[in-house]
Design a binder for this molecule. Structure first.
Ligand code: SF4
Length: 367
């Protein structure tokens, strides 16, 4: 059930076990979190903390850092201690860094069973160390590094193979009475990825970390991630998300946040309702929408701002929004809460909207 007055959502969350990544809950009891990974050399503590601070400011809930070398492992205690958000160490190949990360006080550790030789033999030790420190483990299966046994069995990284790999490893942890696990099964094909998560969702109750891996540059990666996450979130599947883009991690956080906001899975903040423009437009809508978006970036209150090119749908949409403009004849009618408060020349539309938005935001903040 949904609390009265809450924005409607498309599905109830799938019921999962609940775990804590530092102060951030991951599971069906908690809001869906957004995470990303730093791109700095982890051993460069200052640069890494600087990037984590930028990600925190952008709304990142959980951050992951790579740990490919001993120098990186040595940097983990300082980073885990000074970061404002929980830090997950991302470990491939070297089990000894799993133990280092747990000892370092990382909020969780990600392991890729396909990339750690004889992983099965190490599970007991990892489970004990993680349990002693209360550290959750993410089992992160990737199509590109699937367990050779499953590659042989399935021929390629099918949805079944990805899910089987993750469930096999989770089963080994469970044998040692360790259940503080979340799972990801990433593939670069959204269709394969969605199917793999659907299989997992049917077969276990671990929280799931969603990701389309190697999704590509910003435009393609945004669409692949949004469509795949949408298909899963529509079924209530997904407890934490990571958008992978060949673009700076702050962009990943913005996209992830926007996906959740679009589905009412986190409160909407600034929303620009702008028209696509057409032959009726009497103003440069693209430019106007971009300028208003740029001028209001970082707005922390929920605000719908309508930017409309003409008077056909303009006044209607502008009235529905908190604030809006309907343009025509080189002028803009400025609406606030459904009332035309003034008409300004085209050149003053942007500054007027920004001024009014600031005023409304201040009122909301005070109220
Ligand atoms: Fe065209 Fe006017 Fe609609 Fe914009 S608001 S798409 S300009 S009809």
């Amino acid at each position: 059930g949904m609390p009265a007055g809450a924005a409607p959502v498309l599905a109830e969350r799938r019921k999962t076990r609940q775990l804590q990544v530092g102060p951030v809950g991951v599971g069906s009891e908690s809001p869906i979190s957004v995470q990303t990974m730093t791109t700095t050399v982890t051993a460069d503590i200052n640069s890494t903390l600087q990037q984590i601070a930028e990600l925190t400011a952008a709304g990142c809930d959980i951050v992951r850092v790579a740990c490919p070398s001993a120098d990186d492992a040595e940097a983990l205690p300082a980073i885990a201690k000074k970061s404002q958000i929980p830090v997950i160490a991302d470990i491939h190949f070297q089990p000894k860094y799993v133990f280092a990360a747990i000892e370092a006080g990382c909020a969780a550790v990600r392991v890729n069973p396909g990339n750690i030789k004889k992983f099965d033999d190490k599970v007991k030790e990892i489970a004990h160390a993680a349990k002693d420190h209360g550290t959750p483990i993410r089992i992160g299966v990737n199509a590109g590094s699937l367990d050779p046994r499953l590659m042989e069995k399935h021929g390629k990284a099918t949805p079944e193979a990805l899910a089987e790999s993750a469930l096999w490893e989770a089963g080994l942890f469970a044998e040692h009475d360790f259940h503080d696990i979340k799972i990801s099964v990433k593939h670069n094909d959204p269709v394969v990825m969605v199917r793999a998560y659907e299989i997992l969702a049917e077969q276990c109750d671990y929280p799931l970390h969603l990701g389309v891996t190697e999704a590509g540059p910003a435009f393609q990666g945004t669409i692949k991630s949004a469509t795949a996450f949408g298909a899963l979130l529509r079924q209530g599947i997904g407890d934490t998300i990571r958008v992978s883009l060949s673009a700076p991690p702050v962009e990943e956080i913005k996209v992830g946040t926007q996906i959740l906001q679009s589905l009412n899975l986190r409160p909407r903040k600034l929303e620009i309702v702008s028209c696509p423009s057409c032959g009726r437009a009497q103003v440069d809508v693209y430019k106007l929408a971009d300028e208003v978006t740029a001028g209001l970036e970082g707005m922390e209150v929920p605000l719908r701002v309508a930017v409309m090119g003409c008077v056909v749908n303009g006044p209607g949409e502008a009235r529905e929004a908190d604030l809006g403009v309907a343009s025509g004849n080189g002028k803009g009618q400025i609406f606030v809460k459904g009332e035309v408060i003034k008409t300004v020349p085209e050149a003053q539309i942007v500054e007027t909207l920004i001024e009014e938005a600031m005023r409304i935001a201040e009122e909301m903040g005070e109220g």
